[in-house]
Design a protein. Structure first.
Length: 128
């Protein structure tokens, strides 16, 4: 089976030793992704909606590098630092996946790698 590793160049990839995404055959797995820009800076610190939008744009980019798109996503996992603001995370998720409707979960965690981050999302896709 072929294996394609996708890197975004964000600082954590080389420190931790992981790929932004991996395509193995027709399966694509996107690592936990946060709302950072090309320089690795957190976008909209503390803002659930804006960070989720940026996070999902980052996931979309990784999927495209693997030759698939959002329509092929079958599962997402959302890790959030404040579940009481679930509607803000959910609104962004629905804007990207409202018609696709992958299986998903939203789980509150005590914190993420940076105190400015409020959401991290994983995605799995199946190429057609």
């Amino acid at each position: 089976m072929s294996r394609q590793k996708i890197a975004s160049g964000r600082p954590w990839e080389s420190i931790v030793g992981y790929s932004r995404a991996v395509r193995a055959g027709n399966l694509v797995f996107v690592s936990g992704t946060t709302g950072t820009n090309e320089k690795g800076e957190v976008v909209a610190p503390g803002d659930p909606y804006q960070q989720t939008v940026q996070t999902l744009k980052n996931i979309q980019w990784a999927l495209e590098q693997a030759g698939v798109g959002l329509a092929q996503v079958v599962r997402t996992r959302m890790f959030v630092t404040d579940i009481s603001r679930w509607q803000e995370y959910a609104r962004a998720h629905a804007e990207f996946f409202g018609e696709i409707r992958p299986a998903t979960s939203m789980v509150e965690v005590s914190r993420l790698i940076s105190p400015d981050m409020v959401v991290e999302v994983e995605a799995d896709a199946v190429a057609d």
